[in-house]
Design a protein around this ligand. Structure first.
Ligand code: SIN
Length: 284
């Protein structure tokens, strides 16, 4: 249902999560009233989208800083002159894209990122959409018995196997830097409570979660594979078709995302700013 809040229009994009926000120009300073309606939409829909925005890097940074402090990305190439903005780019001759597997950003940090603000600079004519999945819905659809079991568990997450030196392909990929800094390991509850709304969400992801605390690798693998299959149910997802000037801002604690790699021979260039989070807690 489309909601007019009085300052913005909020149009859900799927039954699961995601809403387009209309009636706002992010190049202008936002009043407290407008920003508070945007933040409410972010809490209600977990990922929000804006269209037709024309932002300088300074304006992109200013919008991101309305949410909180910026986390300077260690591993992605930076936009020249703007270390706070990471570049997510695929050139026509490159085969692999960044973020092609389901993940949440920075779950390998003990205080994981709150959100990312991704701004489309150049997009293919068709393809390169991003999928998002609601980890609230993934949690809610589990049986009570499974949920009660998961509330007791924690999982280890790491950056090492993704951004570290051991990844041979890194040598030929100048989009990823500082492999020697990929030393982050974190332990998080398998189910977290959203720090602002208290709503529960599944908090494991295929890219960065490595095992369940106290379980063997084999035991962990079976449970994690079940959870990954369960959470990727299309009914928990939405799909965003980018245009130049589109912006997505996702709640990184309670969503997964995944960038589709279906545009061979074309360029896609996005500017990403990631925001610092707060510690995440499980179910008490
Ligand atoms: C990312 O994984 O942060 C990038 C997503 C995208 O390029 O759509």
């Amino acid at each position: 249902m489309i909601v007019e809040t009085g300052t913005i229009e909020v149009r859900p994009v799927s039954g699961a999560l995601g809403a387009e926000i209309h009636g706002v120009d992010l190049s202008e300073p936002l009043s407290e009233e407008v920003f508070s309606d945007i933040r409410q939409a972010f809490w209600d829909h977990s990922v929000i989208f804006f269209r037709d925005q024309d932002l300088t890097p300074e304006q992109h940074i200013a919008f991101a800083e309305r949410w909180g402090a910026i986390n300077v990305n260690r591993f992605f190439k930076q936009v020249e002159g703007y270390p706070k903005i990471a570049e997510v780019r695929k050139e026509p001759e490159q085969e692999k894209n960044i973020g092609r597997f389901w993940h949440t950003d920075h779950s390998y940090d003990q205080i994981p990122a709150m959100a990312s603000v991704l701004y489309a600079k150049e997009v293919p004519d068709v393809g390169g959409d991003t999928l998002f999945a609601s980890m609230h819905l993934a949690h809610d659809a589990l049986s009570e018995g499974m949920r009660e079991t998961l509330y007791l568990l924690k999982a280890h997450h790491s950056s090492r196997h993704v951004f570290g030196k051991s990844r041979g392909e890194r040598k030929s990929d100048d989009r990823i830097r500082n492999p020697e800094e990929a030393t982050q390991d974190a332990l998080h509850p398998v189910i977290i409570c959203h720090p602002d709304t208290g709503r529960r969400a599944l908090y494991v992801n295929r890219s960065f979660t490595v095992r369940i605390d106290g379980w063997t690798e084999q035991e962990s693998k079976h449970l994690l594979e079940f959870l990954y299959d369960h959470a990727a149910n299309p009914e928990f997802t939405c799909r965003f078709r980018w245009e130049e000037g589109s912006i997505a801002t996702w709640d990184n604690r309670v969503t997964w995302h995944r960038a589709l790699n279906d545009y061979p021979g074309q360029r896609r260039c996005m500017h990403r700013i990631t925001l610092e989070g707060v510690p995440v807690h499980g179910v008490e």
